[in-house]
Design a protein around this ligand. Structure first.
Ligand code: FEO
Length: 613
């Protein structure tokens, strides 16, 4: 039975999913399958946009025949000659001898290389800006070389504002019936595979992708129809923003990947030590064993994160096999603009560090962030100290240092108040020598003359008690680049049994002696309490501002931004549990009913902030 979906009233998706393919292009594992998209227009003329892979051709031919419903096929537009889209062209010609093929000049040459039918007799080479009128639609052809092969052409429907984007804006993964991006949670469930698809397939050709994105910027786009993955009919700007980053080799996130190759676990131990030291400093970190994880996954995250650490044992006087393969793969994809560090191991002649550097450092914009750490067999005290130093260097580089302030005198800057929003803040206080802090969303300016602020703090927080006791506190205004780990550090633990500033560094204190964050913040305020009002679960503190400083220009994070972009979305579980999830921190309470007086053990918010799973 044919299996199609309508894209618009006269355009139909006639492609198919392939869930049996083990290795896409013979290289990339596709556990969740892949889709091969083809689109068929029924206007005064009929037009088929590309074909599919040989593996799904039976479905495809049935789909095309059903949609044509006896009409002849006037045109086949070939946008890309790679056989995952072009395998069925000769069969289409045999089934529809009247069909005319429209393609780029280079595609016409390739048609002759791949097939034996009379290409010249039925093929017209299009040039940039050439058009096709099908009755109610006018199509313009846009050349897109190297996205992903040199012959690639895209097609723009000037009538319905649809861009047929060839391989661009595709993703790995079968569609599973969902043709449109808004039928799934793309950013949660498919972005990682879209990144792996982009970075591995066209990651090398960022400059060419940038060129086509510039062309696309001049088009009004209502819908994007790629050759793999979902049709985009909403929120395309979110995906486009990712493409702009990937193609310009700009990291999506400040964070570290550690890729290691270890034969007997000692290099792995060093990688784990570094991961722990980074995590303690609030740095997002992801660790890969190159002997287990295929390169395509590591490459994808190397495009995502800002800092890369490679750790390899020395093997046959060289780099360990799986690491060498990964590094050459990264070099072949011409990744740029990353901060890198190396760790080598070897029991008698460690040499892998320099050899790894020789592959990675010549790439454009690669910058070594610390000297290579050289182990002899296993990590000893002195090397643990070097690993600490590497973690310090990376953490310093990743946490955007706030502008230095002269803290010998308290100054109240008017502009600091402009950074306040309905946002999220870290409130800090002190008990003797011990610093503490918690997250609040309740900092506001009360009056301008005198400069006064209010905050409300949950009584369950240790910081609350410290403010009551000491009468002073600081407020750091958080910025949009604050990672989720920062919210975990200050929001999901109690200062009674955790040192919230462990590994944070000692660099930022205001005149009143309290900590402010010094990273992920654009302003801080020092305040002296003049009144504390009991508000039930919380205390409202009214305070004079004794110091206010602008630390940067990054946008203040709002509550809405936190939920949309920082807080991880809960994973989809096959078996739906009964219970309630905290909307603030994600804590899950399992049970049929949530007690009215329940308080989240992580973030201390009450039952009103929970929703059913
Ligand atoms: Fe999906 Fe470049 O082929």
């Amino acid at each position: 039975m044919f299996c199609v979906r309508n894209v618009t009233k006269d355009l139909t998706w006639v492609g198919a999913d392939d869930r049996r393919l083990a290795m896409f292009e013979g290289v990339y594992g596709v556990r969740d399958g892949v889709s091969y998209n083809s689109y068929l227009l029924l206007d005064d003329k009929t037009v088929l946009f590309d074909t599919v892979d040989r593996a799904v051709c039976d479905n495809f031919f049935e789909n095309v025949a059903a949609v044509l419903n006896g009409r002849k096929l006037d045109y086949l537009v070939v946008q890309h000659m790679e056989p995952d889209h072009a395998a069925c062209i000769q069969d289409i010609v045999l089934r529809h001898p009247e069909v005319q093929i429209l393609c780029s000049g280079m595609t016409k040459t390739m048609l002759k290389q791949f097939f034996s039918f009379d290409v010249d007799a039925r093929t017209t080479a299009m040039k940039e800006g050439d058009t096709l009128d099908t009755g109610h639609h006018t199509y313009t052809f846009v050349m897109a070389p190297m996205v992903h092969w040199p012959e690639v052409m895209m097609t723009y429907d000037t009538t319905d504002k649809i861009l047929f984007s060839a391989d661009a804006f595709g993703t790995f993964g079968a569609l599973n019936g969902h043709l449109f991006n808004d039928e799934v949670d793309f950013m949660r469930d498919y972005l990682d595979e879209a990144r792996r698809y982009y970075t591995n397939i066209v990651g090398k050709y960022g400059d060419q992708v940038q060129a086509i994105l510039k062309k696309a910027a001049g088009l009004e786009i209502a819908m994007v129809c790629p050759l793999h993955g979902f049709v985009w009919r909403s929120h395309f700007g979110d995906f486009l923003e990712k493409y702009l980053r990937w193609s310009s080799y700009t990291p999506e996130e400040q964070g570290v990947i550690i890729a290691y190759a270890s034969v007997y676990g000692n290099t792995e131990n060093a990688a784990n030590l570094l991961a722990c030291r980074l995590a303690e400093r609030g740095v997002p970190v992801k660790v890969f064993d190159t002997s287990v994880i295929p390169s395509s996954y590591v490459i994808s995250d190397a495009f995502k994160y800002s800092h890369l650490v490679f750790a390899s044992t020395t093997y046959n006087a060289g780099i360990f096999i799986s690491m060498e393969e990964l590094l050459h793969d990264i070099a072949n994809h011409q990744l740029r603009n990353r901060k890198v560090a190396f760790l080598e191991n070897g029991s008698w002649a460690p040499t892998s560090g320099q050899l790894m550097a020789n592959i990675i450092l010549p790439l454009k914009g690669m910058e070594r962030i610390a000297p290579t750490i050289s182990l002899k067999s296993s990590v000893k005290e002195d090397k643990a100290a070097e690993i600490d130093a590497l973690a310090d260097a990376i953490a310093r580089d990743i946490k955007p240092a706030a502008a230095p302030v002269d803290t010998t005198a308290a100054v109240v800057e008017n502009n600091a108040f402009f950074q306040l929003s309905y946002g999220l803040f870290v409130v800090t206080a002190k008990d003797g020598e011990r610093d503490c802090g918690c997250i609040v969303n309740t900092a506001a300016q009360l009056t301008d003359t005198p400069k006064r602020m209010t905050i409300t703090v949950n009584k369950a927080n240790y910081t609350h008690d410290l403010i009551l006791k000491s009468g002073v506190f600081n407020v750091s205004v958080l910025t949009e680049d604050a990672p989720f780990s920062l919210f975990q550090r200050f929001g999901f633990h109690s200062g009674r049994d955790t040192d919230k500033f462990a590994g944070w560094g000692e660099e930022s204190r205001s005149v009143n002696g309290l900590r402010y964050l010094g990273a992920y913040t654009n302003a801080f305020f020092s305040c002296r309490v003049i009144e504390a009002r009991d508000c039930g679960t919380h205390t409202l503190f009214i305070a004079d501002v004794t110091e206010a400083r602008v630390l940067g220009s990054a946008p203040s994070v709002t509550y809405a931004y936190y939920f949309a972009h920082i807080k991880p979305k809960p994973p989809v579980t096959a078996e739906k549990k009964k219970g309630f999830v905290c909307k603030i921190c994600g804590y899950v309470y399992e049970g049929e009913e949530l007690p009215e007086d329940f308080v989240c053990p992580l973030c201390k918010h009450g039952a009103a902030d929970f929703e059913p799973l």
